[in-house]
Write a protein that binds this ligand. Structure first.
Ligand code: PLP
Length: 470
């Protein structure tokens, strides 16, 4: 180091690298389509490409950056590639990236309102905005309602948190922890099972589904009755608006009625499909949300906001805060004691928290409701068009309805042919899809349309490839 900044990077150098790196990211996004979509490295290659031991003397930052292209990029699976149809999207977008940059630059910890009031207030406001944008119950707003929203790291954290609050409510009502039961459909995301385990809830009933793979409410009623008769206590039920496998939609209102009748917590998992509710014409699919005690949607999937950003609401924030609040002397705070501010440390497991709401604000303000609706509707249209093509071709069969932008289909030639087709598509280097199985083990392919920069030509290209390979 030649100046008096010790070993710190001088700000002039930071400025230069920062500008270069923004250019690097823009170049990456501009050219990602030309890269092989899946990582080209084998196990251990990336590690082997980097020094085996930490350097004793400082390295030039130029040398560090050179490894981005040389070592890191070959080991990247390109989720931002417009041919990304695998899993669900994990989108980013230029406004989101800039929001991340500012958040990193400010480096604040928003655990208490007073440790950075802007971090808390922007987050509360953004979650209130999402209530409006997604047609969620107005009582979930932080500013006016008994409820409120918070950004969690992931939908898994949101669900885990919901189940912990549900457990505490049941315990306050006199139930024994070992008797508590959680219900969801057999198609519920694995995070429900993990969340129940983490919350110490031993009994999980993964219930049968109907022909459209949505939870069978009759089966829920029967299971609850059986558990009550056996002396157990129904604790929580999870509805999915858009299951991971096929985006099936559970009957939220009917499930909510069972929950109310039996005193259960009702959590709604709309991790992927919740974003579609920017389009009012789809909101009938979430009818009954006012029966929910908690709800989660991931802007980090389809809402152009980089991971991590999972939005989580509770209908009554007091129950959440009561469950998670622990107050050591070093966290006592005058503003908190007024009761007039939100301290988000009490709304989830971690204490420290990043200023994640900035990237969400940058995205929401920069796209506007019109922009979000435009892109989501375009993805929905492209998915339906692909579904129509598949349905009209006797070589293919759709295996599930297409309520959102996920198309699930198989080759009528059978499971082996279907699995081989998914593999060949992925080997093309231009598109990524996911091979999966229905509950009866029938193989199918998931095509999730929704990457930030996916356009008509990408879905057309995928269709041409499927057509050629089938
Ligand atoms: N719930 C559903 C319906 C999902 O599809 C997913 C992930 O795809 C999750 C939960 C888990 O999301 P996260 O990775 O944010 O925990």
């Amino acid at each position: 180091m030649s100046d008096d900044s010790g070993f710190h990077m001088p700000l002039a150098e930071f400025r230069r690298h920062g500008h270069d790196l923004v250019d690097w990211i823009a170049d990456y996004l501009e050219t990602v389509e030309q890269r092989p979509i899946l990582a080209t490295t084998g196990p251990g290659d990336v590690r082997a490409g980097l020094p085996a031991h930490p350097n004793e003397e400082p390295e030039s930052f130029d040398a560090v950056l050179a490894d981005l292209d040389r070592v890191i990029l070959p080991g990247i699976t390109h989720w931002q590639h417009p041919g990304w149809f695998a899993y669900f999207p994990a989108n980013t977008s230029p406004p989101s990236i800039l929001g991340e940059l500012v958040s990193a630059g400010l480096g604040v910890q928003g655990m208490l309102w007073s440790t950075s009031p802007a971090a808390t207030e922007v987050e509360s406001l953004m979650l209130d905005w999402l209530v409006e944008l997604l047609g969620l119950p107005g009582s979930w707003r932080v500013d006016t309602g008994p409820g409120g929203g918070v950004i969690q790291m992931s939908a898994s954290d949101s669900t885990h948190t919901a189940l912990v609050v549900a457990r505490e409510r049941a315990r306050r009502n006199g139930a024994a922890p070992q008797d508590l039961v959680v219900y969801a459909s057999s198609q519920a995301h694995s995070s429900i099972e993990k969340g129940a385990r983490v919350a110490g809830l031993e009994h999980l009933r993964l219930l049968p589904v109907d022909d459209e793979l949505a939870l069978d409410v009759g089966a829920l009623r029967d299971a609850v009755a059986r558990d009550v008769a056996a002396g157990r206590t129904p604790c929580a039920v999870v509805s999915a608006v858009g299951t991971t496998g096929t985006t099936a939609v559970d009957p939220v209102r009917a499930i909510g009625q069972v929950a109310r009748a039996s005193g259960m917590w009702h959590h709604v998992d709309a991790a992927y499909a919740g974003t579609a509710m920017v389009c009012p014409e789809l909101r009938h699919l979430q009818d009954g949300l006012e029966t929910a005690d908690s709800y989660t949607v991931n802007p980090h999937k389809w809402m152009f906001t980089s991971f991590d950003c999972s939005a989580f609401w509770v209908a009554d924030r007091q129950e959440l805060v009561q469950t998670l609040s622990v107050l050591p002397a070093y966290l006592r705070d005058a503003a908190s004691e007024t009761g007039e501010v939100v301290d988000y440390r009490d709304w989830h497991v971690p204490l420290g928290r990043r200023f994640r709401a900035l990237k969400l604000m940058f995205v929401l303000r920069s796209y506007g409701a019109v922009g979000l609706r435009h892109h989501v509707r375009e993805h929905l249209r492209l998915a339906r068009e692909l579904a129509d093509r598949l349905a009209a071709d006797p070589r293919f069969a759709l295996v599930a309805p297409v309520p959102f932008a996920l198309v699930c289909f198989r080759l009528v030639a059978g499971d082996d042919a279907t699995t081989a087709l998914a593999r060949q598509v992925n080997e093309s280097g231009r598109y990524a899809v996911t091979a999966s199985e229905l509950p009866d083990r029938t193989a199918f392919i998931r095509v999730s349309v929704g990457q930030t920069s996916t356009e008509q030509r990408h879905v057309d290209g995928l269709w041409s490839l499927l057509d050629a390979l089938a």
